[in-house]
Design a protein around this ligand. Sequence first.
Ligand SMILES: [Zn+2]
Ligand SMILES: [Zn+2]
Length: 333
Amino acid sequence: MRAVILDRPGTQRVGDRPDPTPAAGEVVVRVHACGICGTDLHILDGEFPPTPYPITPGHEFAGEVVEVGTGVSGLSTGDRVAVDPSLFCGRCWQCQRQRGNLCEDWNAVGDTVDGAFAEYVAVPAGNCYRLPDSVDYSAGALVEPVACAVHGLRRLDLELGSSLLVVGAGTMGLLLMQLAHGAGAYEVAMVDQDPSRLTLAAELGAAATATSVEEIVDQHRGGFDYVVEATGVPAAGQAALGGVATGGTFMVFGVAPQDARLQVSPFEVYNREITVVGSMAVLASFAPAVNAVASGVVDAARMVTHVEPLDRFADAIQLTRQRAGLKVQVRPS
Ligand SMILES: [Zn+2]
Ligand SMILES: [Zn+2]
């Protein structure tokens, strides 16, 4: 089969690899769409420590089941599925208390084992979620980032009728905003430095938009009950923290450099009862994410701005690095 191969950090090529065969409990999926995310760039650059090389990346994908291993029930060839890439060990303390996304032996398809920038990929049958006919493969490949946003919303524990500010109107920020809207935040605002992204945010339901946190907090005196940092840029995180209302919650969702630091006043955290939470990857959030896409709570079609064939993987990566649009996907089949 044709597949993207990273022989070592900093190199990429599209070449031939043996077709995968399903082990017991696995199925082989013919990949129809696979999204590129920031983690893929880190893997390409050798900045994602758990990754072994050579590897075929790709963890946001949907496709068709073409082969079923022994011991698999409930899935057949021809089934259209989105695949949860998580491979939790099931035995560590975090797994045993149902927090597998924090697994002490964390693995994931496309991050630590071969993934879906390939014509075929073998995955555990239990990680497959059937797609309704109304959800095409492109929308199906968006289910993984939506599942990350669903987990984020659970971490926020959003109160009905509250106000929420999302800083960063990239794919993840826009998904979080749409889900928060659907979850009962009445006043949803977005900040981004790119005005064209704010236009889209408004079309997707943001009640207020601005190019800086200071500006939006001026409009919304007292700050927001929930503020989500969805850029990973430390300066944006620092500004975002300043938008949290008394009694409010600050969530770190964007992936910042590991050595980045924010300044927090412990007095204010105490005196104004500020809650700080993080949200990491997906945790039992695929089924609601499929529903979010199928129901239209998130507008998948508007999130996917570029689709490239597998042979043009390098161009797709370039588009992602240039932030040319929102989600860039690759179509291996
Ligand atoms: Zn991702
Ligand atoms: Zn574990």
